[in-house]
Ligand binder design. Structure first.
Ligand code: G1P
Length: 294
């Protein structure tokens, strides 16, 4: 088995019902933070971590996502003719090498574990990353790159982890750990969306994973878990106690839950403020809006 992580799965089959009516015709992954779609942030993070093969697990109505990664020769030509080099480069940054992207359909919404399992034939016997584009992480060193570096030491399986408020644990996969005072720690149990009061900790799984192909074999069983869905968390947990240990990695960076409206708005403001050409205008507006803001 080759231990280099060069392939990533992007589960993008979700209906995005929390953003209806927008998501009636626009896949939620195409919704934009400032001027770049959510999926572009995920792709850029993957590329920065050395990923060269991109697998999208899609569903009906996600055609706009495929178009987004196609070339736009007419638009490029027009920008070139008008000398708009900045925009041309922004556009060309979205281009993918021929053959670097594969699209697999998840025909039924049977859960995140099932979505990942749909890509099994393209993965074969190599470790792979999974990126959930809803979780946008702003970090000096991109989160997946931090994890790939840690994974070079550990092998096995690795999940991104972050402390959440105790009352929020039922919305996440939650880790059971012996001790977690360092950034990298071994996981001894994982539970998907534990009922209130039953979480083993408040360390939540965030949507970045580096997984051993054994997880795909665990998913072959198609066992259902929380919410009646085939859960990725359960398939990873099944590796605990085998030679493919499971590690949690507490990343540095700020995570935005762009699967929620509030998180999406926070990310919009934060990414807006981080853009030099927008910062002064936006900050001035926010200060007027919220007196006392520094
Ligand atoms: C998924 C995973 C969950 C994880 C979360 C992170 O849940 O199943 O384990 O904690 O992503 O965002 P979802 O948010 O899709 O319900």
């Amino acid at each position: 088995m080759n231990n280099k992580v060069t392939t990533a799965i992007f589960p993008v089959a979700g209906l995005g019902t929390r953003f209806l009516p927008a998501t009636k015709s626009v896949p939620k992954e195409i919704m934009t933070l400032v001027d770049r779609p959510l999926i572009q942030y995920a792709i850029d993070e993957a590329r920065a971590a050395g990923i060269t093969e991109f697998i999208f697990v899609t569903s009906r109505g996600k055609g706009a996502l495929e178009d987004y990664f196609d070339l736009a020769p007419n638009l490029e030509e027009e920008l070139r003719a008008k000398g708009k080099d900045d925009l041309l480069h922004a556009l060309q940054d979205t281009n993918m090498d021929s053959g670097a992207i594969a699209y697999i359909r998840q025909h039924k919404a049977l859960g995140l574990g099932h979505a990942v399992w749909c890509a099994r034939r393209l993965i074969g016997d190599q470790p792979f990353a999974v990126i959930l584009p809803d979780d946008v992480i702003a970090a000096e060193k991109p989160c997946l790159k931090q994890m790939v570096e840690a994974y070079e030491e550990t092998g096995g399986n690795m999940v991104a982890a972050m402390e959440v408020a105790p009352e929020r644990t039922s919305a996440y996969g939650i880790l059971d750990v012996e001790q977690s005072d360092s950034n990298l720690f071994e996981v001894k149990g994982m539970v998907e969306k534990p009922p209130a009061g039953q979480a083993p900790s408040n360390l939540a799984v965030i949507g970045r994973y580096i997984l051993s192909p054994s997880v795909l074999r665990n998913l072959d069983a198609k066992s259902t878990g929380a919410g009646g869905e085939i859960q990725l968390t359960d398939a990873i947990a099944a590796d605990i106690g085998t030679e493919n240990k499971v590690y949690g990695y507490r990343f540095s960076g700020q995570r935005f839950d762009c699967g929620s409206k509030s998180g999406f708005l926070q990310a919009t403001v934060s990414f807006g403020l981080s853009r030099p050409e927008l910062r002064d205008d936006l900050a001035g507006y926010l200060k007027d809006l919220v007196p006392g803001l520094e």
